[in-house]
Design a protein around this ligand. Structure first.
Ligand code: CMP
Length: 154
């Protein structure tokens, strides 16, 4: 199974959408194997957003991400990152389709409520920045045979 890290960002915490986000991913059939609240630090964010370090919004992005804690989650599923990013919608919230999380709750480019790993490689890096080994729980999800076919599970 693939993994993806999701952060409910400080604006998402303030907007009270933690339950809504978890509900959507659970309903989809994704498998929650890690969940914690954490205050992101300058050094975590330097690594997390290394690919944005030369962007003009880098400093304000880091300040925003440290303003309040975030809720970090680790989700498993086939094509987890791709699936979750479809459910989030594009970065600019006001262009996101209704039915997506940003489409239903966001207007902004920066304040777009939720982050999800871009791909498997990003997920691995983000997982290691946030979760210790004993904070990951690969419990047996009994309805997986109803979510995926045997062929897909191979
Ligand atoms: P995300 O795509 O999760 O990760 C990078 C974040 O940078 C993005 O969400 C936004 O929160 C933020 N971001 C992207 N583009 C801009 C921008 N032009 N101005 C301010 N913030 C931005």
């Amino acid at each position: 199974m693939d993994r993806a890290v999701v952060l409910i960002k400080p604006d998402g915490i303030q907007r009270g959408i933690i339950g809504e986000v978890v509900k959507r991913f659970e309903q989809k059939g994704l498998h929650l194997v890690g969940l914690k609240m954490i205050s992101l630090t300058d050094s975590i964010l330097d690594e997390w957003y290394a690919h944005h370090k030369d962007k003009p919004f880098f400093r304000s992005l880091k300040e925003y991400m440290m303003q309040y804690p975030v809720v970090a989650m680790l989700w498993e599923g086939i094509d987890a990152a791709k699936t979750i990013r479809l459910m989030l919608g594009p970065t600019l919230g006001r262009t996101a389709a209704p039915g997506t999380i940003r489409g239903d709750f966001a207007m902004s480019q920066q304040y777009n409520l939720v982050h999800a790993s871009e791909d498997e490689a990003a997920a691995k890096k983000e997982e290691s920045l946030i979760f210790k080994e004993n904070e990951i729980f690969p419990w047996e999800k009994l309805d997986l045979p109803l979510i995926y076919s045997d062929e897909e599970m191979k």
